[in-house]
Design a protein. Structure first.
Length: 174
């Protein structure tokens, strides 16, 4: 009997066609637009510091951008601080940001430079005197042309200096 069973071929099971199960296409999820989270916005005074530097006459902007220039002031700086550099003679203003700083140096990124050296002529009526911007301390000054002596200084605007000059010249005519 065993031989009969051995001779019998194992019964083959009917082959069922295997179908690949393909999932239904899922609609692509649209990425939500970014939203500004609370705490990421604040007043500039709270988020960064702003500094104004009066650059002495004779110091160039390139020298100011040298990291070693900031050796004494670097401990006060933080990355992303804004620095306005003003030449004392009023010839230029530069805006820069602190990229990186350590205890004795600061690396700045120059944003823009404003050239302030335009025409600074005296009033047309004056031949003996002129009005000039000198420094942030002296501001606009009235200067006698013959000996370059400063007659009046500290005026906030050129118009004020020109008015003073006109009044001065009228008083000198009397």
């Amino acid at each position: 009997m065993e031989s009969q069973l051995a001779e019998q071929k194992p019964q083959e099971q009917p082959q069922v066609a295997q179908q690949k199960v393909v999932a239904a296409p899922t609609p692509e999820k649209k990425k939500a637009p970014p939203v500004l989270m609370p705490g990421r916005m604040g007043l500039a005074e709270e988020k960064r510091n702003e500094h104004i530097v009066d650059v002495p006459v004779g110091v160039s902007l390139e020298e100011c951008l040298d990291p070693a220039f900031w050796a004494h002031e670097a401990p006060q700086l933080q990355p992303l601080d804004k620095i306005e550099l003003r030449s004392e003679d009023g010839s230029w203003i530069a805006i820069a940001y602190v990229r990186f700083c350590e205890r004795n140096y600061a690396l700045l990124v120059l944003d823009r430079v404003i050239n302030m050296s335009g025409e600074r002529s005296a009033p047309a009526a004056s031949i003996k005197h002129r009005v000039e911007w000198k420094t942030t301390q002296l501001r606009y000054c009235v200067i006698r042309n013959s000996d370059d002596k400063v007659l009046q200084s500290g005026m906030r605007s050129k118009v004020d200096a020109e008015r003073w000059l006109i009044d001065y010249e009228k008083s000198m005519e009397r």
